[in-house]
Design a protein around this ligand. Sequence first.
Ligand SMILES: NC(=O)c1ccc[n+]([C@@H]2O[C@H](COP(=O)([O-])OP(=O)(O)OC[C@H]3O[C@@H](n4cnc5c(N)ncnc54)[C@H](OP(=O)(O)O)[C@@H]3O)[C@@H](O)[C@H]2O)c1
Length: 270
Amino acid sequence: MGEAMVQGLLRKKLLNNRSITVGEPREERRRELEEKHGINVTAKNSEAAKACKILVLSVKPQDLDAVLAGLKGLLKPDQMVMSIVAGARISAISRGLGHSAIVRVMPNTPAQIGEGISVWTATPSLTEDQLSQARTVLQALGKEIYMNDEKFLDMATAVSGTGPTYVFLVMEAMVDAAVHLGFPRHVAYELVTETMRGSIMYAMKSGKHPAELRNMVTSPGGTSAAALYQLEKGSLRTVLSKAIWAAYERSKSLGEGKSPSVEKNNDAGA
Ligand SMILES: NC(=O)c1ccc[n+]([C@@H]2O[C@H](COP(=O)([O-])OP(=O)(O)OC[C@H]3O[C@@H](n4cnc5c(N)ncnc54)[C@H](OP(=O)(O)O)[C@@H]3O)[C@@H](O)[C@H]2O)c1
């Protein structure tokens, strides 16, 4: 995700390569990043943090505490920290760094191709200029939406952060069903992906409510009506709603530092 941000910033010419420094512990990966993007690399996060305007935290949640400890007390008040670490609360990052200028972001995987959507929030000490810089960095990943309360980050984790997973599962199920009907897999894949892409673009361009678009193609006794009957009978809406609620609850509990096993058997949303 950090590399996607670097790529987006360079692709959109928002920064030049030598104004980006990546702190990365593995030598092989440092070399790869330097060769591929022409950016500065260092094994010491403290070195990357020293002179930067914006410090992006993009490590796995389990590595965060050690990274914060290594940077504690090093940042000046006018440096902005941007964290994309899932579940990491602003209060925990602020405590860990001894720093108060923090932006917390929930991106999603389409950011890898600059088509992501990020939801973000910021601490009150940030200036208008810093907020605008944060927005610009996030636009390297795709679209961005600012929310004025951190509570929306757990909700965004469940909807847009985890969202591609739901879409990929539906995509996979539709491709398998098309193969079951008799289509070769590559044809099934193209039919499904183009149908998804076209339907989304149509919905967005028409501005119509999804139910209206659906009703427009549901003729009495027709194929859509037959399929919709089965989707409703299988509780598709309820299952999706429960899945999103479960992801929301899990995001909240990870933020509180609870291990996943605590809630393993809960039927969230029930
Ligand atoms: N992927 C997503 O869709 C997504 C969505 C929303 C949020 N996020 C969040 O984004 C963060 C990064 O996720 P990711 O999928 O990009 O993970 P990732 O590919 O594992 O990237 C993490 C990077 O951190 C590096 N790293 C490990 N320890 C470090 C240290 N002590 N100092 C500096 N760098 C260190 C790793 O280096 P090595 O390669 O050498 O191990 C790796 O390059 C996570 O917190 C995740 O929750 C991801």
